[in-house]
Design a protein around this ligand. Structure first.
Ligand code: HPA
Length: 237
């Protein structure tokens, strides 16, 4: 049923088949204004801004997700299920935890481990492994290679907790080869799996957990590289 509780577009055609999804709605606005042409805003409910425009002549939408799995769970479900969206690429920031990961590196999330209960809704007789779309993953990796940027492909942690009281938890995840921590990818990947759609998460490392942080300006630059890779990935669909 459209419009939905959170997206006010009244026609499915207002939203493209492929959506870039930053956490911050003002980043959605920034992407629309700086990377797209022929831009139309289709959502402002709860200030979770959504826009549709064109990148190199191809229609694409950009939608804020908010922070955390409940929030991206809502927006990605509504886009996939009610607006016939086929592909969502999350573009976000993450805290590095692997010794391989440096500030400003790009991490492409092949898998998203989680401490969340999101998968309980499916009643599965085991543990589900939330994975990226292989096609999107390969295309984004190839483009990163061609651009000569510092990128990594692997497993991340989608955490329900930013300020974790369990200080030993990170060490355990690090020992399992987790590259970085963010708070959304697992729910996005599970919604895509359940609904037969495609999803990918591309992250820039904004901080090293328990260590350094980037400045706002550096974050902006890393963000632009990631957006370019994501937009070019969508052209290969
Ligand atoms: N933890 C969780 N999410 C994040 C972090 C972090 O350190 N940095 C950016 N997003």
């Amino acid at each position: 049923m459209i419009p939905t509780a959170h997206i006010e577009a009244t026609n499915k055609n207002e939203i493209a088949k492929t959506v870039l999804m930053p956490g911050d709605p003002l980043r959605a606005k920034f992407i629309a204004e700086n990377f797209l042409t022929d831009v139309k805003q289709y959502n402002k409910t709860r200030n979770m801004l959504g826009f549709t425009g064109k990148y190199k002549g191809v229609e694409i939408s950009v939608q804020g997700s908010g922070m955390g799995m409940p929030s991206i769970g809502i927006y990605s479900f509504e886009l996939f299920n009610f607006y016939n969206v086929e592909n969502i690429i999350r573009v976000g920031t993450a805290g590095g935890i692997s010794p391989k990961i440096k500030l400003r590196d790009i991490v492409i999330a092949q898998g998203a481990s989680t401490n969340s209960n999101y998968a309980v809704q499916y009643g599965l007789p085991g543990t589900f492994a939330p994975l990226a779309s292989y096609n999107l993953l390969v295309n984004a990796s190839k483009l990163s290679e061609e651009k000569g940027i510092n990128y990594h492909v692997g497993n991340i942690l989608s955490s329900d907790i930013f300020y974790n009281a369990d200080t030993k938890a990170i060490e355990k995840w690090r020992k399992m080869g987790i590259l970085a921590i963010e708070m959304e990818a697992a729910a996005l990947y599970m919604n895509a799996a359940k609904l037969g759609k495609n999803a990918l998460t591309i992250l820039t490392i904004s901080d090293i957990v328990g260590g350094e942080e980037t400045t706002a300006e550096e974050r902006e630059r890393g963000f632009e590289t990631m957006v370019e890779i994501s937009l070019e990935t969508t052209l290969k669909l």
